[in-house]
Design a protein around this ligand. Structure first.
Ligand SMILES: Cc1cc2nc3c(=O)[nH]c(=O)nc-3n(C[C@H](O)[C@H](O)[C@H](O)COP(=O)(O)OP(=O)(O)OC[C@H]3O[C@@H](n4cnc5c(N)ncnc54)[C@H](O)[C@@H]3O)c2cc1C
Length: 438
């Protein structure tokens, strides 16, 4: 445990391993120090103002700029020094030492704020819109966009969802027709996080026939003639800038195509696994926030002559936080460990896409049940936008987007089963091959 971290104040409010002074397979001192750095930053510069920014519907520009200056806007996976515009990574972690654990810790610690709209307002669009550029963009494209994103000079969003195509990504209708050195884009995108402020949208567009084989990934500049945007108002995540974007004969240079024409679908799919891991991590941290605030409330609130925490029915709810959060968190750590162990392997023979989908469902269910129980423990206070229950009230409105966004629950359940069925066949074949060599 990093000596600078304060001990947990409530059961299940912190992940277990980082609290223990033991050698463990996952976290090193570098990780502990990074956690302490992010925590201090969040406690000092974000948490005290988060409710105000969520209410206002945006994070102040100076705050976002500071966030970028501290390295939180550097796009991952980081392929070259140049991509980070000379900025240091958060906590001054050396570039070659940044791993999936570091990304997990940053996501976990930022989410402690409890106001997801604020976290997404700081860089949610870049977080999902830029990785396709970093992974599949050519050297010129990376140079053109990634340093500017790292510095905070430009912002991205990801445009997949449309009014008539959400889960069914292969059915998107927005078109991009080639006209000399340009594509002419027509169509619309819905619920686009940060879309209202973004300079570019990494968009799924139809360049070919129907289905997945006719889809390309195109970076559309949003300050272009023919683009209109209007803000959408959802139950929660108010500071995330959810946007409806329309494209009418928008001219986009062909140099903005990511990868090859009509080969965009697998690129879009590859973006989903890290996004789902991030959503699972955030869901579990939000569930921990519920555990923390509800427990601390139950310690102080007295009914019928004694503190709530002394009532068995309330203790049972607190215990349930652990029952739901801890197994999912341990499963998440196991998957991150597999990602780290296999990241240098040339072929994707250890497929954990199905397990990541399973994790997302486990984590979001843990969140939905936790926020319900936390609100119940807090009674009326859990329904109030101010005071001790404010974070919980906010989480009760932000929880749903974790269940639906980045692959909705029913879709995740089907995918989890399909992928795991495929994976056991692959594993069986690999085992037979190894045995035949013996
Ligand atoms: C706040 C917010 C932010 C978002 N940010 C972005 C963003 O930045 N970029 C972006 O591209 N998108 C974004 N989205 C969109 C999000 O990814 C979609 O809402 C999600 O993919 C589901 O699509 P849909 O809402 O159209 O639901 P639909 O696809 O219409 O599905 C409706 C319901 O039916 C279920 N369902 C669908 N098909 C089946 C089936 N075959 N069997 C059983 N059940 C099924 C689904 O699970 C879902 O619960 C955001 C959404 C929200 C609410």
């Amino acid at each position: 445990m990093a000596d600078t971290l304060r001990p947990a104040t409530a059961p299940y409010s912190e992940p277990l391993l980082p609290q223990l002074d033991v050698r463990n397979p996952y976290y090193t001192d570098l990780h502990h120090n990074l956690r302490a750095t992010v925590r201090e930053y969040v406690d000092t510069y974000i948490s005290p103002y988060a409710a105000e920014w969520e209410e206002a519907g945006r994070v102040p520009e100076a705050v976002r700029r500071r966030h970028c200056k501290l390295g939180y806007s550097i796009v991952h996976p980081l392929t070259s020094e140049e991509d980070s515009a000379g900025l240091s990574l958060p906590g001054n972690v050396p570039r070659e030492k940044w791993d999936t654990w570091c990304s997990l810790i940053v996501s976990d610690e930022l989410t402690r704020v409890g106001y997801v709209g604020v976290i997404w307002g700081l860089g949610g669009g870049n977080g999902i819109g830029c990785p396709p550029v970093a992974r599949f963009g050519n050297a010129e494209q990376r140079k053109r966009w990634l340093p500017g994103v790292a510095r905070g000079d430009i912002r991205f969003c990801l445009g997949i969802t449309e009014p008539d195509a959400g889960s069914d990504v292969a059915n998107i209708q927005s078109t991009a027709q080639r006209d000399g050195n340009h594509y002419i884009v027509n169509g619309s995108k819905k619920w686009i996080t940060n879309g209202i402020w973004a300079d570019y949208c990494t968009a799924a567009v139809r360049t070919g026939g129907p289905g997945r084989s006719g889809i390309s990934l195109l970076v559309i500049p949003l300050a272009t003639a023919g683009v209109t945007r209007r803000r959408m108002h959802n139950s929660g995540v108010n500071a995330s800038g959810s946007t409806f974007i329309e494209f009418e004969d928008v001219r986009v240079p062909v140099e903005n195509l990511i990868g090859q024409e009509n080969k965009g679908f697998p690129l879009i799919m590859s973006n989903f696994n890290p996004e789902r891991l991030g959503l699972a991590c955030a869901s579990l941290r939000l569930a921990r926030v519920c555990a923390e605030d509800a427990y601390n409330y139950a310690l102080k609130r007295k009914t019928f002559g004694s503190a709530l925490i002394e009532k068995q029915a309330i203790q049972s709810k607190i215990f349930k936080f652990g029952l739901m959060i801890e197994p999912a968190y341990a499963f998440m750590e196991q998957l991150v460990n597999i990602l780290e162990l296999t990241k240098d392997r040339p072929s994707d023979d250890v497929n954990i896409g199905g397990m990541t989908a399973l994790l997302k469902v486990m984590s979001t269910r843990a969140l939905e049940k936790s926020v319900r129980e936390a609100q119940q423990i807090m009674g009326g206070a859990g329904y109030n936008k101010a005071g001790k229950g404010a974070r919980i009230e906010q989480i009760s409105r932000d929880a749903r987007v974790h269940v639906v966004g980045g692959g909705s629950e029913e879709i995740m359940a089907g995918l989890a089963l399909r992928e795991e069925t495929k994976a056991i066949r692959t594993r069986r074949k690999a085992l037979e091959k190894r045995q035949s060599k013996v």
